[in-house]
Design a binder for this molecule. Structure first.
Ligand SMILES: [Fe+2]
Length: 188
């Protein structure tokens, strides 16, 4: 029991640290930004430039950790680390809206989450109600990220990792060895 409480406290501290870090509007260092861009296609670079500073900083941390774990990793793998959360561009949420959305989806029973999210994110359907549409878009950011990356001409690994970075490992279509490294480097 004390183990569970200890884990919760550690998780709580981690989330609080991430929350306060996300309030900073500092972009990554020039060296980090240039290194990421050197691993992106021009279409990916355009998406990278639109990501918010906190997402860029998190992406640099993940990509640097992946590079350490897999020296000489393929460009598409570094791009996957850098752009796994690019789908969050679509909802346009800042830090506080994301906290609200996380609490909101946590309160929705698990079996209904996907059905509601995909339905609300559909701009032809109930998604015309903007508040619910954006909640849906936040929830399905993996799939929206894949769509953005496919449109940007990304390598299939980069696009598929964006789609699957929150998917249970037994449903991955990506190379599981690479997927496990990426997942371990992403403490999101
Ligand atoms: Fe994500």
């Amino acid at each position: 029991m004390f183990g569970v409480v200890g884990t919760r406290i550690t998780q709580g501290r981690h989330l609080a640290k991430r929350f306060f870090a996300s309030l900073s509007s500092d972009r990554p260092s020039t060296a980090d930004d240039q290194w990421i861009r050197a691993n992106l296609t021009s279409g990916e670079e355009e998406l990278w430039g639109r990501m918010d500073p906190a997402d860029q900083r998190h992406s640099v941390q993940v990509a640097r950790d992946v590079e350490r774990a897999l020296p000489g990793a393929d460009r598409a793998v570094i791009a996957a680390a850098a752009l796994h959360d690019v789908g969050k561009l679509v909802c346009g949420y800042g830090t506080f809206a994301r906290v609200f959305a996380t609490l909101f989806w946590g309160a929705i029973p698990a079996p209904f989450r996907s059905r509601f999210a995909f339905g609300w994110a559909d701009r032809q359907g109930p998604g015309r109600m903007g508040v619910f549409r954006r909640l849906g878009e936040y929830r399905i950011h993996p799939e929206l990220g894949r769509d953005l990356l496919v449109a940007a001409g990304s390598d299939p690994f980069t696009a598929n990792w964006a789609a699957e970075h929150h998917t249970p490992t037994d449903r991955w279509t990506v190379d599981p060895q690479l997927g496990h490294v990426l997942k371990e480097c992403d403490d999101d």
